[in-house]
Design a protein around this ligand. Structure first.
Ligand SMILES: [Ca+2]
Length: 312
């Protein structure tokens, strides 16, 4: 037992507090965790024990505090296959939404929301956003700004950065196998927007747009605090609407011609894909199959991003 560690007094968290009480008392939990610092050698064992007891939520107040400061909370998206694109009968569908089978072979964690201004500022030192508010999504960020944030977040959490950034040239040597934070691929984004089980929905979480998305008709010409519309079945908010979201891929109209397993988009291009529509555009752009694109250096008050991390 490490010096200064009193097991009876300092390490009785799993049995002293029912899980629901610990989950509602983050300040108390932080006090206990502070005591645990004296017992660093056994904190890991405690974590394992508490998880094995079904008390995983016991740790969430502390973790959520940290997540909220620099990045959103994460949702596990199990690997799988689906039909990417829109059914031929879908209203307002584009000619670049050909249905095709895609398989994702790697689990990944996706941010439950767009990155907020608070999180971006805390990590990067400032927020460039046009609309002002800590819980609003960050906007006025280029694709290059977004991948730079991803690398900075990886370094913050002692993970190897995914991207090799040299000016406007960005490499991604390990693809979806990289350990750090990154943008979703276009196929991952649409997969996560779909329900866990069919039938698919037109928008992320519903066939009716108003309950799940901030868009032209209901936005009052501004972004809105993240997580103020209903999540989809996976617990992901604002995939449809609020701000458009950068993804990794260069845009290619006939994406069905690309590899069907873990597609990463074409190797080169002029425009990066953006997904989900935004506060300033009508409902069809919020469809989960809708594809738009933008120059990677452009900044817009309707364009932000969401992060993912491959399951280790
Ligand atoms: Ca969005």
């Amino acid at each position: 037992m490490p010096s200064g560690c009193d097991a009876d007094k300092d390490l009785r968290l799993p049995t002293a507090l029912p899980c629901h009480e610990a989950g509602s008392a983050p300040s108390h939990l932080r006090d206990i965790i502070s005591k645990m610092k004296k017992c660093a050698g056994v904190v890991g064992a405690l974590l394992v024990i508490s998880l094995s007891m079904g008390c995983g939520d016991l740790w969430s107040p502390f973790l959520a505090y940290r997540e909220g400061e620099f990045r959103p909370g994460l949702v596990l998206i199990p690997k799988g296959g689906y039909t990417m694109g829109s059914p031929t009968g879908e209203s307002a569908r584009g000619s670049d939404e050909a249905p095709h089978k895609v398989t994702l072979t790697t689990d990944f964690w996706m941010a439950e929301s767009e990155v907020t201004q608070r999180q971006y500022r805390n990590l990067m030192g400032s927020t460039p956003s046009n609309f002002k508010g800590d819980d609003l999504p960050v906007e006025q960020v280029s694709w290059l700004d977004a991948v730079t944030y991803c690398n900075a977040l990886s370094e913050k959490e002692n993970l190897p950065p995914c991207y090799q950034i040299s000016g406007e040239t960005v490499g991604w040597a390990d693809g979806v196998k990289c350990k750090g934070y990154r943008l979703p691929t276009e196929a991952e984004w649409e997969y996560a927007a779909n329900p866990v089980t069919p039938p698919r929905t037109v928008y992320a979480g519903s066939d009716t747009v108003d309950g799940v998305a901030w868009y032209y008709t209901n936005s009052a010409n501004t972004t809105h605090a993240v997580k103020t519309k209903t999540a989809n079945g996976r617990g992901l908010y604002d995939l449809s609407g609020n701000v458009w979201e950068w993804v990794w891929d260069w845009y290619q109209g006939n994406y069905e011609a690309l590899p069907s397993t873990d597609p990463l988009g074409p190797a080169t291009g002029a425009f990066r894909v953006i997904r989900g529509g935004a506060w300033l555009i009508t409902a069809p752009a919020a469809r989960i199959a809708q594809r738009s694109n933008a120059t990677p250096t452009i900044r817009s008050n309707a364009l932000g991003f969401r992060i993912v991390r491959s399951y280790p």
